[in-house]
Design a protein around this ligand. Structure first.
Ligand SMILES: NC(=O)c1ccc[n+]([C@@H]2O[C@H](COP(=O)([O-])OP(=O)(O)OC[C@H]3O[C@@H](n4cnc5c(N)ncnc54)[C@H](OP(=O)(O)O)[C@@H]3O)[C@@H](O)[C@H]2O)c1
Length: 293
C-alpha cells in the first residue's frame, strides 16, 4: 500500500499525524519549503503517495499583517502547487483552513457555504489557499478548524500554564467564541474522513468544518485549563482570572468575535465528529501530567 505524504513536521497538527501514521513520509521545511512554491512540484515528484496531507502553514497571525506576501506564498501558492500535483496523480489532497476566513459577526455557528470575509492578512492568505485549491479541482478536502492546541506546542494552553505559574492575576479575552480543538482528536477524525472519502464512488471534494464539539471563550478555556492544572497538582501562582474585552488588547491583526463552526456537514457526509472540547482538554492535561517514559 502506498504511504501518506505529510507536509510539515514540527507543527502541532503534524505531530499528531506522525503519531498516528508511523509509515507516512513526512517532509519538513528543509525538504519542502513552502515559501518557494515554484520548487515544490519538483520535490513532490520524487514521491508516489496515496494522498497528501498538508499541515504546514504560515500561522503567525499578527506577523502576517506585515508579511502578507510570504503568508500568501506559504498558505495559497504552495497549496495550489500541491493541488495541481494531486490532481495530475488522481490522489486526494487534505488541506487545513481556519475559522479566520469569516468576519466573526453574529452568534450562530458558521456553515461551509456562508460567505467568507476575513478580517486580517492571515485569514486572507488562508482563504486564497482555499480558492486556489478549489480552482484546480481534483480530489481535495479543505478542512476548516479552530483554536488548535496540543500538549507540547506553542499555543494558548501552554501560554496560560506558563503565565499562571508566574503571575497572580491573568486578564483573558471573554468576547471571542470558538472551539478549542485538540490536534490528536482532529488528526484521528481526518484519517477517518479520508478513509470514508476514498471508498465513496465519487470523491466528495469540498470544504468541511471539523473541530471539537461545543464552544467557549478564551477566558472559559483558560479557566478550565487552570482547574485541570490545580487538580493535577501543578504549582501555580495565579489567584484570579479576569474576563476582559478584546478592545483591551490592541494587537496588529483583528480577530473574529464569533469563530463557531458548524460541523454537521462532515458528520452527515462521513459519519465523523470530534469529542467535546472539554474531553480534548481533559485528555491533553492528563498527558501533560504524565511523566514521559
Ligand atoms: N493553530 C491554530 O489555532 C489553527 C486554527 C485554525 C486552523 N489552523 C490551520 O491548521 C493547520 C495546522 O496548524 P498548526 O497549529 O499545526 O500550525 P503550527 O503548529 O504553527 O505549525 C506550522 C508548521 O508549518 C511549518 N511551516 C511554516 N512555514 C513553512 C515553510 N515556509 N515551509 C515549510 N513549512 C513551513 C512550520 O515549520 P517549522 O516547524 O519549520 O517552523 C510548522 O511545522 C494550518 O493549516 C493552520 O493554518 C490552525
Amino acid at each position: 500500500m502506498k504511504p501518506l505524504l505529510i507536509i510539515g513536521s514540527g507543527g502541532q497538527l503534524a505531530r499528531a499525524f506522525a503519531e498516528l501514521c508511523p509509515d507516512a513520509i513526512i517532509l519538513d521545511r528543509s525538504k519542502a519549503d513552502l515559501s518557494q512554491p515554484h520548487n515544490l512540484t519538483e520535490t513532490l515528484e520524487k514521491y508516489d503517495p496515496a494522498a497528501v496531507i498538508n499541515t504546514a502553514a504560515y500561522t503567525q497571525v499578527d506577523n502576517a499583517e506585515a508579511e502578507e506576501g510570504l503568508a500568501t506564498a506559504i498558505n495559497a501558492q504552495s497549496p495550489a502547487a500541491m493541488a495541481i500535483y494531486c490532481a495530475a496523480k488522481h490522489i486526494p489532497l487534505v488541506h487545513f483552513s481556519t475559522d479566520y476566513v469569516f468576519d466573526g459577526s453574529g452568534d450562530t455557528p458558521w456553515h461551509e457555504d456562508d460567505t467568507p470575509a476575513p478580517l486580517n492578512a492571515y485569514g486572507r492568505s488562508k482563504l486564497a489557499g482555499e480558492d486556489a485549491i478549489t480552482h484546480v479541482g481534483g480530489r481535495y478536502l479543505i478542512l476548516r478548524t479552530s483554536w488548535l492546541y496540543d500538549a507540547r506546542g506553542k499555543n494558548f494552553l501552554n501560554t496560560i500554564l506558563r503565565l499562571a505559574a508566574e503571575r497572580e492575576e491573568l486578564r483573558i479575552v471573554d468576547d471571542q467564541f470558538g472551539a478549542p480543538t485538540y490536534t490528536p482528536h482532529l488528526a484521528n477524525a481526518v484519517l477517518d474522513v479520508l478513509d470514508v472519502a476514498m471508498e465513496l464512488p465519487k470523491f466528495p471534494s469540498g470544504v468541511y468544518h471539523l473541530c471539537n464539539q461545543g464552544y467557549t471563550t478564551w477566558y472559559g478555556f483558560a479557566t478550565a485549563i487552570i482547574i485541570h492544572a490545580r487538580r493535577l497538582g501543578m504549582q501555580l501562582k495565579v489567584r484570579s482570572i479576569i474576563p476582559t474585552p478584546t478592545s483591551e488588547y490592541p494587537v496588529p491583526a483583528k480577530r473574529p468575535h464569533n469563530s463557531r463552526l458548524d460541523c454537521s456537514k462532515a458528520l452527515s457526509q462521513f459519519g465523523v465528529s470530534l469529542p467535546t472540547w472539554q474531553e480534548g482538554l481533559a485528555e491533553c492535561m492528563e498527558l501533560k501530567s504524565t511523566p514521559r517514559a
